[in-house]
Design a protein around this ligand. Structure first.
Ligand code: SF4
Length: 328
């Protein structure tokens, strides 16, 4: 099927955002010839974004390892032997030093991740101080702390938090094969608590976990049909970490990953689509295709929580060759 033959209009500039995507529509997008899919994604992307501009974010693990959850991809889960040791919450001055260094290296957004099922109220005091300190450096803030109650979300909002990250990870159908310690509905509840506190939502998932294309469709369908699209949609390629149950999962075809990015861009036109984990082993050509497909943010710095990420110089070189500049 070509673009002209799809049974639905992709989008005309100025159209309202849709929240009623159907599975057959997303399937038809995935099945387009790659040139048609990239053309559609670029057209949509240019309505809301400068296609040469990419946001640079930095992600710091402020509390590493020892997590009681059993996410099958995660080296920080206490259920698996991965060599990641449990650490205490990082002190404020160290977090602020990292944030300052990230800002000086060109980052405009600083994300902090803690390996918790959900934060305790006393933990939140320290996290709130981190948010206030990072904001005072002129950086956009994002935290990911696990499940959140509504009062906790309000506390984070009062500290000035811009974004809360809580991924759906995958489709509702495949979810049970990846996590057993919390439900899909638990995740949706946290997203609702974050949204109702007035915090922007960062929510995406991971592909390459052995799911089918129908699962990738199901994940994007869920995200794109939320009452408000997540302002930020990280799409991660599984990093296969030794010791986790997914360590031996066959790698996903790179073009299928690019297609997933493009469908996220088309269905959530105003959202930042973040090319997140998995870039360390991704070719520069695949990353270039992801940018063409509408990805407009990457994480910079040699570490992404506990896994490796390209060095800053490598990213700078790639952006120069592609003519991309950091988003202000
Ligand atoms: S992904 Fe988050 S919640 Fe899941 S095991 Fe890792 S740190 Fe814990």
């Amino acid at each position: 099927m070509t673009l002209a033959e799809t049974p639905f209009p992709i989008r005309t500039s100025g159209d309202p955002l849709r929240h009623d995507w159907r599975r057959d529509e997303l399937r038809a997008l995935f099945e387009l010839p790659l040139s048609e899919l990239i053309f559609s994604a670029q057209t949509v992307h240019r309505e809301f974004f400068d296609p040469s501009s990419v946001q640079l974010s930095t992600l710091l693990s402020i509390k590493t390892g020892g997590c009681p959850e059993d996410c099958a991809y995660c080296p920080q889960s206490a259920h698996y032997e991965t060599g990641v040791n449990a650490e205490k919450l990082m002190p404020l001055d160290k977090v602020l030093a990292e944030a300052r260094a990230a800002r000086d290296a060109g980052a405009s957004r600083f994300c902090m991740g803690a390996a918790w099922r959900s934060p305790k109220d006393r933990d939140l005091d320290q996290v709130c101080a981190m948010i206030e300190g990072v904001k005072a450096l002129g950086l956009e803030t994002c935290v990911t702390l696990g499940m959140l109650t509504q009062p906790q979300a309000h506390r984070l909002k009062d500290a000035g938090l811009d974004y809360y990250n809580h991924n759906l990870d995958t489709s509702p159908e495949f979810y049970g094969k990846i996590i057993s310690t919390r439900t899909y509905d638990d995740r949706l509840d946290t997203l609702e608590n974050v949204r109702s506190a007035g915090i922007h939502v960062c929510c995406g998932g991971i592909v390459g976990m052995g799911e089918t294309r129908e699962d990738r469709i199901g994940m994007i369908l869920t995200l794109a049909n939320l009452p408000v699209h997540p302002e930020s949609v990280p799409i991660n390629m599984l990093v296969r970490v030794a010791g986790t149950p997914l360590a031996e999962t066959p790698p996903l075809d790179a073009i299928e990953f690019v297609r997933t990015i493009a469908v996220a861009r088309i269905t959530m036109p105003r959202s930042m689509v973040r090319l997140s984990a998995g870039r360390e082993t991704m070719s520069e050509e695949t990353q270039a295709l992801c940018f063409l497909a509408g990805a407009n943010s990457i994480f910079c710095g040699p570490k992404l929580l506990t896994t490796r990420n390209p060095e800053r110089d490598r990213d700078r070189g790639l952006m120069d060759r592609l003519g991309l500049s950091p988003m202000g």
